[in-house]
Design a protein around this ligand. Structure first.
Ligand code: ADP
Ligand code: MG
Length: 445
């Protein structure tokens, strides 16, 4: 086998073992460049990179190279002397990835003990835990976990698998994506092995199927799934599924399937709120051996809000960037990464009320005065600072800022923004006030 083929196989194994961000940050930049003494030569951008992989993923890398084409390969890192070609965006660009070979393995990294609970997911987590503790015997059959991408559905599903096996390792836990199920079925048809297919799934004590929305429009696969489902359900075996939507709202799935699902429990996962995002970032940083100052954590949590995968990706990206470019993890590096991931502008959930409230605290001028008519200079300074920040942080239109600040004209707002822009240079009091308000709002460090 060529080194490229070996690496392709190894990657498909790693893909099933490691979270996607780890794969993209640490393994995709790796280039297989040759084979020597049954060791595959892996080119990495720098020493740090090699050490990082060795200290964090050595076991997985070793196993990935075992029994490829009947051989046990080793590996050796080669440091690239000209790393510029990967210094830019390789960590986020998905390269062609081979199909996973070991997809039905439970991912050991997805456990209940490293799943952070918050109001957004506690119901789902607790239902899942009770299913894992008593599969098939808890009234939650099937259990369906649904919600948007990157919110932990796959994590919870694997956690059920891990826990169920931990409690009873004779349990036959079958875990697949709906695509894998479809593929198995189609291959069964093609090779006249439909009986084997049926047996594989019908022998499960716990059947975990990820992303059933991909059954959409696949009539024959749904038919098979329907029979599998009934057989297992009647035998009191546990079924868990994840989906991107509430099952009742899923189009393209047969009604008889959907009505079967109603006999169980559907629970949703929601995006995490600010506090949960902070907790997740602290956990993910620790998992990756990274110590980040609290202000950095809070800054990320303010700006990266959509889902947990993004939060995790941000941490990994910070690590990858600092190692690829040999840079310290400082405020500017973090800001750069966050900006990349949020698509340029640093958005946050700060409102004009928040700005006025902070300015009021710091200047000891009441919120009413800030939006009021007084022309006293401290008051109008506070007002202009608030307008300036509304523009800079939230990007509110001039008209809306004017309206909010006591029904003023947009030209007044332009004047305020210009005045403050000039004063930043000359007036340290204004400059400090701006920086303290921004920090307290979590907008900057
Ligand atoms: P989904 O299947 O809903 O798209 P995943 O389960 O793949 O999402 O989650 C994306 C990433 O975020 C995974 O690496 C997962 O471990 C992590 N993750 C999601 N939710 C949590 C959580 N509550 N605590 C810890 N990690 C989480
Ligand atoms: Mg998923």
């Amino acid at each position: 086998m060529s080194h490229n083929q070996i690496w392709t196989e190894a990657l498909s194994y790693l893909k099933a073992q490691l979270p996607g961000h780890a794969l993209s940050a640490w393994f995709e930049p790796v280039e297989p460049i040759g084979l020597s003494d049954n060791k595959i030569l892996l080119e990495v951008p720098n020493q740090f990179f090699a050490e990082w992989i060795e200290s964090h993923y050595e076991k997985e890398l070793e196993s990935s190279l075992n029994s490829i084409g009947g051989m046990d390969y080793g590996f050796k890192f080669v440091i690239n002397s000209n790393p510029s070609k990967i210094a830019t965006d390789s960590a986020t660009t998905p390269q062609q990835r081979p199909k996973a070979l070991h997809q039905n393995n439970i991912n050991k990294l997805y456990r209940f003990d490293n799943f952070i609970e918050g109001g957004n997911n506690e119901f789902a987590k607790n239902a899942a835990l009770s299913v894992a503790n008593n599969p098939g015997e808890n009234g939650f059959n099937p259990l369906i976990i649904y919600g948007g991408v990157g919110l932990g559905k796959t994590h919870i599903m694997h956690a059920i698998g891990n826990r169920a096996v931990e409690l009873n390792n004779s349990l036959n836990v079958v875990i697949v994506t709906s695509e894998k199920f479809t593929l198995d079925f189609v291959n069964g048809l093609r090779k006249n092995k439909t009986i084997e297919f049926a047996q594989k799934y019908r022998k499960a004590d716990v059947l975990l199927i990820d992303d059933i929305q991909f059954f959409r429009g696949k009539e024959q696969t749904q038919e098979q799934f329907f029979h599998t489902f009934n057989a297992l359900h009647q035998a009191g075996k546990q079924i868990v599924m994840t989906a991107d939507k509430y099952p009742g709202e899923m189009k393209g799935l047969q009604d008889r399937l959907l009505s079967r699902f109603e006999s169980g429990l559907s629970v949703d996962v929601q995006p995490p709120n600010f506090e949960v995002r902070v907790a997740i970032l602290l956990e993910k940083a620790e998992q990756n051996g990274l110590t980040l100052d609290y202000d950095i954590i809070e800054f990320i949590a303010r700006h990266v809000k959509n889902n947990v995968r993004d939060l995790e990706g941000t941490i990994i990206r910070i690590l990858a960037k600092s190692s690829l470019m040999n840079k310290e993890i400082d405020h500017s590096l973090v800001r750069e990464v966050v900006q990349e991931r949020t698509g340029g502008r640093l958005n946050s959930d700060i409102s004009m009320e928040d700005i006025i409230q902070k300015v009021s605290n710091i200047s000891s001028i009441s919120e009413d005065e800030i939006v009021g008519k007084s022309r006293k200079s401290e008051i109008s300074d506070a007002r202009q600072v608030s307008m300036y920040l509304s523009r800079e942080i939230i990007g509110t239109s001039l008209n809306n800022i004017g309206l909010f600040f006591g029904g003023r004209d947009h030209t007044t707002v332009i004047h305020a923004v210009n005045t403050i822009t000039n004063k930043i240079e000359s007036d340290t009091r204004i400059k400090n006030m701006l920086s303290v308000v921004k920090q307290e709002l979590g907008y900057s460090f």
